[in-house]
Design a binder for this molecule. Structure first.
Ligand SMILES: Nc1ncnc2c1ncn2[C@@H]1O[C@H](COP(=O)(O)OP(=O)(O)OP(=O)(O)O)[C@@H](O)[C@H]1O
Ligand SMILES: [Mg+2]
Length: 257
């Protein structure tokens, strides 16, 4: 089981879009996939039309030994399950602090599901908190969407520092560009500059695209309704690049030709 968290200290950069669309593509390619929505705002759960039940509160999740397994819901997408966010997740930070080894608590819980999934995506809120520390400590890979602006790239350096401070984290940081507008000279310049100093950058980027923006209207992953659009193809290419790094052979059929 590999754990990929979409993470950034900045908000509104495409974390949820990446988590939902990549999880959908991975699941469609045959991998048993779980998406854990750890943002109390529940955007990923909204897109996938799933609500948490009584077993989905922060307290139920943490107190019950089988809490995580009980919170899992099926989605309409084949091979894709979801742990939906509950609004009580806004208190997760406070609740986590009552536990010993609070920063590795979620990782321990996730281990219980080790045999059930090939891949777990975690969608997170833009913050530095105990929950974020838990995310850094459970992820094999931090997938970081970056908007090509100076402030966004500065926040990336802060994230690298924050990650380096987590002694229990083995997460590899993989940035990619998101919401790219190739018509803007600044976007083109910043991407080239960043790529030169960051060889780990995934070379597939996600363009600013109307069909991605419309996920809220469709309440579905882009690739479920616009597979062959610019945005849909960009997520397929990003998944192919990611699958290669994760050493998953499974690449969606559309990219095999
Ligand atoms: N590539 C894109 N092109 C156009 N719109 C996009 C793109 N990616 C995301 N969006 C839109 O931008 C908004 C923010 O995206 P998203 O929710 O994925 O960001 P986020 O980083 O998860 O935000 P938050 O920090 O609030 O959780 C959403 O309305 C989404 O539909
Ligand atoms: Mg989000």
């Amino acid at each position: 089981m590999k754990v990929i968290a979409t993470y950034n200290l900045k908000g509104g950069v495409g974390k949820t879009a990446a988590a939902v669309n990549l999880a959908y593509i991975a699941a469609r390619s045959g991998l048993r996939t779980l998406l854990w929505d750890l943002d109390a705002q529940g955007a990923a759960s909204f897109y996938l039309r799933v609500r948490p039940g009584a077993s989905g509160t922060a307290t139920a999740l943490l107190e019950d030994k089988r809490g995580l397994a009980r919170a899992i819901r099926a989605t309409d997408c084949v091979n894709l399950d979801l742990i939906p966010a509950d609004f009580s997740f806004r208190n997760l930070d406070i609740e986590l602090r009552d536990y010993k080894k609070s920063t590795v608590r979620l990782r321990r819980m996730l281990r219980e599901l080790e045999d059930d999934y090939d891949l777990v995506f975690v969608d997170s809120a833009p913050s530095m908190s105990t929950v974020s520390e838990n995310i850094l400590n459970m992820a094999d890979l931090l997938l970081v969407p970056l908007i090509p602006t100076h402030l966004s790239l500065r926040a990336f350096d802060q994230l690298v520092t924050f990650r380096a401070e987590q002694a229990d984290s083995h997460a590899l940081i993989l940035p990619f560009f998101s919401m790219v507008d190739r018509r803007k000279r600044l976007h083109r310049e910043l991407i080239i500059e960043f790529a030169q100093s960051h060889p780990e950058l995934l070379r597939s980027y996600i363009p600013y695209a109307a069909e991605i923006e419309r996920m809220g209207e469709h309440r579905a992953p882009v690739n479920a309704y616009a597979d062959n659009s610019a945005g849909g193809r960009a997520f397929l290419a990003l998944w192919a690049a990611l699958a290669e790094r994760l050493e998953f052979a499974a690449v969606p059929p559309a990219r095999r030709a």
